[in-house]
Design a protein around this ligand. Structure first.
Ligand SMILES: [Zn+2]
Length: 261
């Protein structure tokens, strides 16, 4: 199994592939030894990776209710007796939740504060988990490199407000998305914004990485701010063309166009 490892600010982040195209993530606080499993796409894979590293999962954070994000809760709880945190708004659709949380709820991994951010739109209660010490944000299916999640439950107002919240994070933040959709997103992005020189370089980098079988996740937020059309629906060029000057209308039109691209 292919895996990757990052360490920053006393937090180790282990990333691995699971299911057909999900990424799994384990984050460990070195000082306390606490280990968070961010989403539970595949309990066997999450537990197996933790075991291989000699880590014990002490917390689960669910970003949203979809089964490839919360389907492993029961088995991971049974194996580890960890504490499970999940979106309050999606409580009726997620198993074994100990702590329903929403934007601003207090959360710690070891002594590290975690910001919980409302990123509803893909689902109504979708949350992102930002660990400032690690310069890392786990965004689930809200935001992808050069794209964003499908709008299954929310509306354009809600989703655009969510993306604007993510834009406020420190630009050096690493964005951990839950799927590898970047190549398809890149083709749409360049269709929307063909004269964006940095986007052209980014698309080239994505093609090179994918040809080698390398991952494009995590992506660094500052590059997304310049290149991701869904984070730039209020850029005058994009909003004029796609929304007659209205940001929300431009976001809605981009999302609709990508669905059938
Ligand atoms: Zn989803």
């Amino acid at each position: 199994m292919k895996t990757a490892f990052q360490s920053q600010g006393g937090i180790q982040i282990h990333q691995f592939e699971c299911l057909s195209d999900n990424y799994g993530f384990l984050a460990r606080d070195e000082a306390s030894g606490e280990v968070v499993c961010i989403d539970t796409p595949d309990a066997d894979a999450c537990l197996g990776e933790a075991r291989r590293l000699g880590w014990t999962i002490t917390q689960v954070w669910n970003t949203h209710w979809h089964p490839d994000h919360a389907g492993g809760n029961y088995a991971i709880k049974a194996a580890t007796d960890c504490r499970i945190y999940a979106p309050l708004l999606e409580l009726d659709r997620i198993e074994c939740v100990d702590y329903p949380v929403s934007a601003g709820s207090p959360l710690l991994v070891g002594d590290n504060l975690v910001d919980i951010i409302d990123v509803g739109g893909h689902t109504l209660g979708h949350l992102a988990f930002h660990i400032p010490a690690a310069k890392a944000v786990f965004v689930g299916d809200a935001l992808f490199p050069l794209g964003c999640g499908r709008m299954f439950e929310g509306d354009p107002d809600q989703f655009w407000a969510s993306l604007k919240r993510l834009r406020q994070l420190p630009p050096e933040s690493l964005m951990y998305s839950s799927h590898e959709y970047t190549l398809s997103n890149a083709l749409f992005a360049i269709h929307v914004d063909p004269d964006n020189a940095e986007l052209c370089r980014y698309v080239h980098d994505v093609q090179t990485l994918r040809e080698r079988g390398s991952w494009t996740v995590p992506a660094v937020l500052c590059r997304e701010l310049v290149c991701n059309p869904f984070l730039r629906a209020d850029d005058p060029i994009i909003s004029a063309h796609w929304g007659a000057g209205n940001d929300v209308a431009a976001f809605a039109a981009l999302r609709k166009a990508k669905d059938i691209f």
